[in-house]
Design a protein around this ligand. Structure first.
Ligand SMILES: [Zn+2]
Length: 197
């Protein structure tokens, strides 16, 4: 027992143990201190991952420090797990932890700016709060744009259009994978609709 426990925890049930860090003798021995702050292990932390070692660990939630990934949301003004950045947070650290203001930045043209705003609207929509990524995608999977009023031929026009074509006429058209490529003329009408999708 206690292999990864900080002295402060052990002292809670063992009075022979003091709470001062025995590695640096400068601070209370908490798990955060040992893993993220203790000078004694600084070179080890830096060697493993310099960028991570230099992050103010207060920005990282306890769950993540213990290898449990929290739910993430792409609000680029905060960390992946929703913590606000401190005013003095370095821009590289922000980026590593999820900071990304691309959606808040106007695009290179009006369409891109509108697309970014539409994405922001989804992120900020409170009805999306309890949905996972797949559910959100399904909810928003729909046609975009104004569309148009299509004119489809009636049976008479179809018949007229088929005059002069043999039954074996191979239509050069492709479906969405639901059907094989039509080999007879009338079947091409279904393909016409598929192409518009
Ligand atoms: Zn220490």
């Amino acid at each position: 027992m206690g292999g990864s426990q900080a002295l402060e925890q052990i002292a809670g049930y063992n009075e022979d143990i003091g709470t001062m860090c025995t590695y640096c003798n400068k601070a209370t021995s908490t798990s955060d201190h040992i893993r993220w702050e203790c000078e004694f292990f600084k070179s080890v932390r830096t060697e493993i991952d310099e960028e991570l070692a230099n992050i103010p660990h207060q920005l990282i939630p306890c769950s993540l420090k213990n290898d449990i990934a929290p739910a993430m949301k792409a609000d680029g003004r905060k960390t992946y797990w929703g913590t606000d950045f401190r005013n003095d947070t370095d821009s590289k650290v922000k980026k590593l932890l999820g900071g990304n203001l691309e959606l808040q930045t106007p695009g290179s043209n009006l369409q891109k700016t509108e697309e970014r705003q539409a994405a922001l609207d989804i992120i900020e929509d409170s009805t999306m709060a309890n949905l996972n990524a797949r559910q959100i995608m399904l909810k928003h999977k729909a046609a975009h744009g104004s569309g148009g009023n299509l004119d489809f031929p009636d049976s008479e026009e179809i018949r007229d259009s088929m005059i002069g074509y043999p039954d074996s006429y191979n239509v050069e058209i492709y479906g969405d994978g639901s059907y094989t490529t039509p080999t007879i003329w009338w079947a091409a009408l279904a393909g016409y609709g598929v192409c518009l999708l």
